[in-house]
Design a protein around this ligand. Structure first.
Ligand SMILES: [Zn+2]
Length: 315
């Protein structure tokens, strides 16, 4: 058996799986405030996961951790993470190994989500595909020739920080006009708030600022609100531009869209596909499948378990 963790700023999602990727138990736990607290909680969850399926801790062969931010997968260190500020060159693998006695592997959370989709949805269907996770920012993952792409240290596929506009707004990463400033859930909300004055009759107008979420905008767009629809159009246009760039690089069989905003695929996909058709190169764009991820919540934790299995089994 293998355990997988997806450590977010508010929640730790965890699974225990068998060798084939069947989820035996899923848990959702609040993220403690300190790095040491997280280590301890992970060790406690391992015991809970095992006992919930009447197994012993010793039956768990390896643990996988998906963490947001820049990591060093070889050293098992989180260099820096937006979710957990107390992680700074933090040796999470060594610490959790000490507490549990189980081998621990670390991967970027978007890479883990990609591995989860691979195990859960794609299986052997495609051997070249990319994934985008649309949430607060935009994460990315890729499977190339049937292998999960990780880059030198595990911080690859930061597609959200590919610049689409050299004179665009400054991004916290230091670059300008980054993809995620135009096509994430955050970007959608920001755009709609900015345009509010020009749409006095919008159904979003009477809402409190805090109530204007990506989900709410999508709901109002479905009901035909012009502002909400314009927001969706804006986000999907840039999504198409970003994806066309990626298609030209990867020549993928499929583009998988995950993250909270992928739930709006019904409204995002038509415009996005139109832009891809306009902009990606001939010979690369024709046979690409676009797939929105279902069952989001446990996908990165599942992928972390797959990564643990795969890396554990390497001789
Ligand atoms: Zn950036």
């Amino acid at each position: 058996m293998f355990a997988g963790f997806d450590i977010g700023g508010t929640n730790i999602k965890s699974v225990i799986t068998d060798e084939s990727g069947k989820i035996l138990k899923y848990m959702d736990t609040a993220t403690p405030a300190t790095a040491k607290g997280i280590d301890k909680t992970l060790a406690d969850i391992i015991l809970d996961l095992a006992s919930s399926i009447s197994a012993s801790k010793e039956q768990i062969l390896a643990i996988g951790i998906g963490a947001a931010g820049s990591i060093d997968r070889n050293k098992g260190i989180v260099i820096t993470s937006p979710n957990v500020p107390s992680w700074s060159n933090y040796p999470i693998c060594r610490n959790v190994e000490k507490l549990t006695g189980i081998k621990v592997f670390l991967e970027n959370d978007a890479t883990a989500a990609c591995a989860g989709v691979w195990w859960h949805t794609i299986k052997d269907k495609y051997s070249n595909w990319i994934m985008l996770t649309l949430g607060t920012g935009i994460g990315g993952g890729a499977v190339i020739d049937g292998r999960l792409f990780t880059g030198q240290s595990g911080s690859s596929m930061e597609v959200g920080h590919v610049s689409l506009n050299p004179d665009g707004p400054l991004c916290p990463c230091g670059n300008r006009g980054c993809f995620e400033l135009y096509s994430s859930a955050t970007a959608l909300v920001k755009y709609v708030k900015l345009k509010m004055k020009s749409f006095p009759s919008s159904t979003l107008k009477p809402l409190d600022v805090k109530e204007i979420t990506a989900k709410k905008i999508y709901e109002e767009a479905l009901c035909g609100d012009t502002l909400a629809l314009e927001g969706m159009n804006y986000v999907s246009t840039y999504l198409g531009i970003g994806i066309a760039n990626l298609i030209n690089i990867f020549n993928p069989e499929a583009v998988i869209i995950g993250g909270g905003l992928s739930q709006a695929s019904k409204l995002l996909f038509p415009k996005m596909k139109e832009i891809v058709k306009e902009r990606a190169m001939k010979g690369l764009k024709e046979n690409v499948k676009f797939i929105a991820v279902k069952e989001q919540s446990m996908i990165a934790a599942l992928g972390a378990a797959k990564i643990a299995r795969d890396r554990y089994n390497i001789p």
